[in-house]
Design a protein around this ligand. Structure first.
Ligand SMILES: CC(C)(COP(=O)(O)OP(=O)(O)OC[C@H]1O[C@@H](n2cnc3c(N)ncnc32)[C@H](O)[C@@H]1OP(=O)(O)O)[C@@H](O)C(=O)NCCC(=O)NCCS
Length: 191
């Protein structure tokens, strides 16, 4: 296991799921749940479809590295989805984009709402972020609903921003911004 060399640690035990580090042992479950066209349709093309065991192994090689910002959503027995951050740099160094997906058998139980609601404050603190955003395709009603239930605010609609599966789509900019007192404290820090 590479866990011992990790510099990032997460262990959120929630009512409906946990959010934890990925492990190489998650490959089978990852392949089984990620290999779903309905999931691929709502994610970037970097998420493979079909999703093979080799794809799962390649992802886990990357996701188990020391500074990985990719995490597993799990039930008592196995990984059932993923949530991760793409950290900004330069002038965006306090900003991150969040991505997430859940295995279809687990949809509609409030799992992702609970996961994002817990993950967001954890990520603000751990990575010293001021802003976390997500960009669901405008057609992704379930993801929009999840973001709104988790307290994210729609800042706008990005016209013709996405080409997915041969279709030109708008995307939506949803963001959660850390409370002003924290922002002012960070502004006081020398960079
Ligand atoms: C989006 C996704 C993560 C939601 O996970 P989930 O655990 O099922 O979400 P929740 O159960 O917490 O909430 C789903 C909400 O969307 C609503 N919803 C689901 N499908 C819907 C639809 N087609 N139209 C309108 N509302 C819908 C549900 O009713 C629920 O809202 P409610 O609690 O007000 O009833 C999951 O569907 C998924 O992995 N989709 C594919 C990948 C993806 O879209 N990732 C996000 C990319 S931005």
């Amino acid at each position: 296991m590479k866990h011992t060399s990790r510099t990032t640690y997460i262990g959120l035990n929630l009512r409906s799921c946990s959010i934890r580090l990925w492990s190489e042992e998650d490959a089978d479950a990852l392949q089984r749940y990620a290999n779903n066209r309905k999931i691929w349709e709502n994610l970037r093309d970097i998420f493979p479809h079909p999703y093979s065991l080799q794809d799962a192994d390649a992802f886990l090689d990357f996701a188990t590295q020391a500074r990985s910002t990719e995490f597993a959503i799990a039930n008592e027995t196995e990984a059932i989805g993923g949530i991760g951050l793409r950290l900004g740099d330069d002038v965006h160094r306090h900003t991150a984009e969040m991505g997430y997906w859940l295995g279809e058998p687990f949809w509609g139980r409030g799992i992702m709402t609970e996961a994002i609601t817990a993950f967001t404050p954890w990520a603000f603190r751990w990575f010293e972020l001021l802003r976390i955003f997500a960009q669901p395709f405008a057609t992704n009603t379930a993801s929009v609903r999840v973001l709104e239930k988790a307290g994210f605010v729609c800042e706008g609609q990005l016209k013709a921003n996405v080409i997915k599966d041969g279709k030109l789509l708008d995307s939506l900019m949803y963001a959660c911004v850390r409370e002003p007192p924290v922002i002012y404290r960070l502004w006081g820090e020398k960079r």
